[in-house]
Write a protein that binds this ligand. Sequence first.
Ligand SMILES: Nc1ncnc2c1ncn2[C@@H]1O[C@H](COP(=O)(O)OP(=O)(O)OP(=O)(O)O)[C@@H](O)[C@H]1O
Length: 266
Amino acid sequence: MSPIGSTDAYSPDTSIVVENVTKTFSLRYHRTFKQVTVAKFRGQRTKDEFNAVDDVSFTVKQGESIGLMGLNGSGKSTLLTLINGTMKPDSGQVLTRGRIAGLIATGAGFHPQLSGRDNIYLNAAVFGLTEEETKDRFDDIAGFADIGRHLDSPVGNYSSGMSSRLGFAIAINVDCDIFLADELLAVGDKPFKRKCMSKMEEVRDSGRTLFYVSHAAGSVRRMCDRVLVLENGRLGFDGDVDEGIKYLHYDSDDENNDDDELGADV
Ligand SMILES: Nc1ncnc2c1ncn2[C@@H]1O[C@H](COP(=O)(O)OP(=O)(O)OP(=O)(O)O)[C@@H](O)[C@H]1O
């Protein structure tokens, strides 16, 4: 990996540069105005700040597939949201090259009162597809989501698995340079997870940059050629997949089981 700040980090085959990125959130201890006032009167703390992403730096080359791992709350989703541009870092910078697509949160970007069909057009437009492009891809999207008659009912009534199917089906049909996937296998059923994995392999093999958040060691091993491990917001490990998984102390017996790898969490 090129050191950040070197000319290599900004070379034409660089896909993502994350440079000393920090994102700070507040932990609030009281909800109401009255509680806050009483706490202040008693000299108690009403909030604390912490770095969900803490001075993280790395560079990704176009076509690399990165497994982003770490325990719950270590900052994976926050980092993905910063790469995606939905949130801005408090310090440092994130640079990306090309169009970004992917599934960051189940149901994010869907309008609950619109049907699945209308949401396909809405969501595809957010990803930058024209109406014509979406029409051309509609059958592929609906076919991949495979939610049958529910396509014409409001997305607000969908189960989390159904929202995830629709979200993934749209995202995977967008032409992009960087594909971000945050625990997309967490809610789907097993046949859908298998379908997603082979689609993601297609994405990886087509030369797009893949950023894949997962707790499942087996699927990271199958999908990725490099692992980043976050620990309390800091980058604890960046390198070889097996070593990254060992770094997180996975039980190696679980990793070889194909069924487990599609669903197992740490
Ligand atoms: N908008 C927010 N405001 C305050 N705290 C937040 C916000 N979003 C995330 N956090 C906190 O930031 C930390 C990192 O959260 P994040 O969702 O990035 O972790 P994660 O590694 O993706 O976790 P998981 O594996 O459980 O999905 C957590 O402590 C979380 O509570």
